[in-house]
Ligand binder design. Structure first.
Ligand code: CMC
Length: 445
């Protein structure tokens, strides 16, 4: 099979199966920006052939109008607005509105939206009991998978998610309840009381109150910490068709309950190749321990026989500096200065970055710091324990997941996601009754 550009028109690609001589002309579809695609929808029915692309290295799984990543230019936009402008001028909730409804809110729309989110932060009392079933030393992401999934038992079958109104309510519930659920995962691990949300606080302030307040004394939110927290939520809000966003699209395509689908995305995010990298970066910096050991770890990252990778470095789409990392690095400096925190891991991280960016291995592969490289330093400075880092990512990314789900649900042509496979297994085996099977035979198969 040889894909080649058609001579007739630049807007098609012709695929010819050389074994049968059959051809198909496939339309090229161009987006408003970014790489074009050729639409293979009719390929199987015409040629009886499927495409093979594990890891989706050359495959667009959907069309989307939510987030643009310009990987070569190191640029990120939400609904057309640059991440830098949003970070400078907007709050996380304003960005949630933008992602969900498609445009920036007016003052009144933002007030109403903020009020809706603020007044739905409490969770069903029955949900509190779920926590008791977990071991105290469970990873908070494991608790998140369970408790977020359990929301589907509270908001379930009688809701028709094919209606936009029902989807709006589901979105409001998820955005508002996620900080409560997340903070309680931490409080449970500490054997501490679960505080109730406070409606007089902003989204980020309320999260810090849920994490750190005690019923025995008043809690003063540190404004520097709250501002940094809000920014981190905003910078993590969406990122196109990454693994956890693709998970919610696939799970949701079966028309399953959205709370169950979000829980599937939480599980996907947890992996160290995805959102779990922020936690892994801190473990790595701690393992490096001092600047004079950096070169040894760089050598390990370059050694193909060693599974170690530089965590918080590299990205499937960015072949330039991740713009979120640029913003986070700057805020990292500000937060440490304002909170008067001297974190030796920040020094190691900066030196590590400098050396990696001057190393041919990283240069030739376009490996730059990603969103996870510096975020953990900020979180440490405001007192967030390392095992909560990916949970923080989860809170911020919830709006992205449900916006991706909503966009898919609005698509009239939506079908259940169902990839094919290239079967490479055995064929036509002769069944042997159990007393006739030998160990060697079984193992050789
Ligand atoms: N350290 C050392 N080598 C690396 C790294 C790294 N962090 N990342 C990529 N490479 C090498 C890789 O070995 C390969 O080399 P070669 O061409 O010689 O075989 C080349 O760079 C291309 O890498 P890849 O694995 O084919 O790239 P990918 O697109 O499949 O993986 C990634 C992307 C993010 C999983 C990978 O860069 C990685 O494992 N990074 C560390 C984990 C991390 O920071 N993850 C967070 C991603 S950003 C947050 C999010 O959106 O989830």
């Amino acid at each position: 099979m040889s894909p080649k550009k058609s001579k007739k028109s630049t807007d098609t690609v012709t695929i010819t199966d050389n074994s049968t001589g059959k051809s198909i002309e496939l339309p090229i579809r161009r987006g408003t920006e970014g790489p074009s695609v050729f639409d293979i929808g009719k390929l199987a029915q015409t040629l009886g052939l499927y495409t093979f692309d594990p890891g989706f290295r050359s495959t667009a799984s959907c069309s989307s109008a939510i987030t643009l990543i310009d990987g070569e230019g190191g640029r990120l936009t939400y609904r057309g607005y640059s991440i830098e402008e949003l970070a400078e001028n907007s709050t996380y909730l304003e960005v949630c509105y933008l992602l969900w409804y498609g445009d920036l809110p007016t003052k009144q729309q933002l007030q109403e939206f903020t009020r809706t989110i603020t007044y739905h932060t409490m969770v069903h009392e029955g949900l509190r009991d779920f926590y008791k079933g977990f071991r105290r030393d469970a990873h908070p992401m494991a608790i998140m998978v369970g408790v977020v999934g359990a929301l589907s038992a509270f908001y379930h079958d009688d809701i028709d998610f094919s209606e936009q109104h029902s989807r709006n309510i589901a979105a409001h519930r998820l955005i508002s309840k996620m900080p409560t659920i997340a903070a309680w995962a931490y409080r449970y691990s500490q054997g501490e009381p679960f505080p109730y949300p406070r409606n007089d606080l902003t989204y980020a302030e309320n999260f810090l109150h849920l994490m750190f307040s005690y019923p025995t004394e008043p809690y003063q939110v540190n404004p520097v910490a709250a501002k940094a927290m809000d920014l981190l939520f905003l910078l993590h809000a969406d990122h196109g068709q990454n693994a956890s966003a693709s998970t919610i699209r696939l799970a949701g395509s079966s028309q399953a309950n959205p709370f169950a689908c979000v829980s599937a995305s939480v599980g996907t995010l947890w992996g160290p190749a995805h959102g779990g990298a922020n936690e892994a970066v801190i473990s790595m910096l701690e393992a490096i321990g001092s600047v004079d050991r950096i070169d040894m770890f760089l050598e390990r990252a370059k050694d193909k026989s060693d599974p170690f990778r530089l965590m918080g470095f590299g990205h499937r789409v960015y072949k330039a500096y991740d713009p979120r990392a640029t913003l986070i690095r700057k805020v990292c400096n500000d937060v440490l200065r304002e909170l008067e925190v001297d974190d030796p891991l920040f020094d190691i991280a900066q030196e590590l970055e400098e050396r990696a960016l001057n190393d041919d291995y990283f240069k030739s592969r376009n490996l730059f710091p990603n969103v996870d490289f510096y975020s953990g330093i900020i979180l440490r400075a405001i007192g967030i324990p390392t095992n909560m880092f990916t949970v923080i990512f989860t809170i911020g990314r919830t709006i992205g997941w449900i916006s991706q789900w909503n966009e898919m649900m609005q698509d009239q042509g939506m079908r259940i996601g169902r990839p094919r496979q290239l079967y490479v297994g055995r064929q036509h085996c002769t069944y042997q009754p159990i007393d006739k099977r030998s160990n060697e035979e079984t193992q050789s198969k």
